[in-house]
Write a protein that binds this ligand. Structure first.
Ligand code: SAM
Length: 372
């Protein structure tokens, strides 16, 4: 009663089947798009389902019993994911992140991890293979994921206060189980663990200091806590600019905990600005995708659960790679299509966000579908 129901604009079917280039240039590992950005990072959504209903991502009012998730036959199989991942790696991808939805809900995920862990870059290096999870199943699965070849995990946790967290995940899921998952990941050797907190004005901003204190005192350098500005992804969360807590404000609050020093980016295209506690108790990350857009060096591509390729988290339509795979295109043809699509890429949504909001923007695919 009294709940706001925001209709979900279903953009999942909006995808073009990519054109296969007439000449099939072999991959060089050095693709660049129209803005000179390299392709280095592939995020793969392995399921569009989640067992949480965070209001900023999959609000209950929209993702309710009537919401139709993708049928199993529509999902890419592990073999299809690995075939595509291999092509992306040949084009220069060095890092793969499994995401969703909640990736640990995909059955036998360890098998996929094993398959991806066997891939090598053109230089013969293994991939930086990682996963983002709400940690609800992590305590149970951390060791088997590590054994399968996973390198690291990122855990989402928006508050330490149990009542605040239960309200935010809207499934009454307790903080203690997430903390257990983090412990299990560290014990299995999946560290340092990144912990992501999405900060929303009036919802959990008062938890910033408690989160910072807890992780620097309990884990020091073994956990990197990252504060994410609440973003206008998808069309279902009713995002408003006044709900965003700018990273600059987060930093001010953190400085009340202990002195911090700025660190240089570890890798190009990194999403977080890095800060270190001066007393050596670890690192903090600030992800300012709203107030300081980082489209300029974005090197990420996203593969949806059913094989659609997106070049931007805020995209309105994708490129249907599954149609090529299942339509009988050869590996050389699919690979050439992926290369040509990256070379045509020109998007920079976050930099244009102000103008997009002013003109109404337009609907965007949901994060739970293309992967966070
Ligand atoms: N279920 C997994 C999890 O909870 O980490 C993976 C998928 S989730 C979509 C990936 C990340 O996106 C999470 O850290 C989540 O907090 C973040 N996220 C989702 N919606 C967001 C929004 N509107 N603004 C900022 N971050 C968001």
């Amino acid at each position: 009663m009294g709940e706001t129901v925001i209709p979900l604009t279903d953009l999942r079917s909006l995808a073009r089947v990519p054109v296969i280039p007439s000449t099939l240039a072999p991959p060089t590992g050095h693709l660049v798009d129209r803005r000179g950005r390299a392709l280095r990072d592939l995020r793969i959504s392995v399921t569009d389902r989640c067992n949480f209903r965070c209001s900023y991502c999959m609000p209950k009012a929209v993702f309710d019993k009537t919401h139709v998730f993708l049928p199993h036959d529509d999902l890419l199989s592990f073999e299809e994911i690995t075939r595509l991942a291999r092509m992306f790696v040949d084009h220069g991808v060095q890092k793969i992140r499994l995401t969703g939805g909640e990736p640990l809900l995909r059955r036998h995920l360890e098998r996929l991890v094993e398959m991806l862990a066997e891939l090598r870059t053109p230089e013969g290096e293994p991939l930086d293979l990682t996963l983002t999870t709400n940690a609800s199943l992590l305590a149970r699965k951390a060791q088997s994921l590590k054994d399968a070849g996973l390198r690291r995990v990122t855990v989402s946790l928006d508050a330490l206060d149990d009542a605040v967290f239960r309200r935010m995940n809207d499934m009454d899921f307790p903080v203690a189980s997430v903390l257990e998952g983090i412990e299990a990941a560290l014990a299995a050797g999946l560290g340092p663990v990144k912990v992501n907190m999405v900060v929303q004005r009036g919802v959990n901003e008062h938890e910033i200091v408690a989160m910072a204190r807890h992780f620097r005192e309990a884990h020091g350098q073994r956990v990197v806590l990252r504060f994410i500005e609440y973003m206008d992804v998808g069309a279902s969360n009713g995002w408003r600019m006044d709900q965003v807590v700018p990273s600059a404000e987060v930093l001010e609050k953190l400085r009340t905990v202990a002195p911090l020093d700025a660190l240089a980016a570890a890798t190009p295209g990194e999403t977080a600005q890095r800060w270190a506690w001066r007393d050596g108790r670890g690192e903090i990350g600030l992800i300012s995708s709203v107030t300081q857009a980082f489209c300029g060096d974005c090197n990420r591509a996203r593969l949806s659960t059913e094989g659609k390729l997106y070049h931007c988290l805020f995209a309105q339509s994708g490129h249907d790679l599954r149609a090529l795979l299942r339509g009988g295109a050869s590996e050389a043809q699919v690979s050439a299509a992926i290369g040509a699509l990256w070379q045509q890429r020109d998007d920079r949504y976050s930099e244009l966000r102000g103008a997009a909001q002013a003109t109404g923007g337009g609907p965007r695919v949901e994060m739970s579908y293309i992967g966070g």
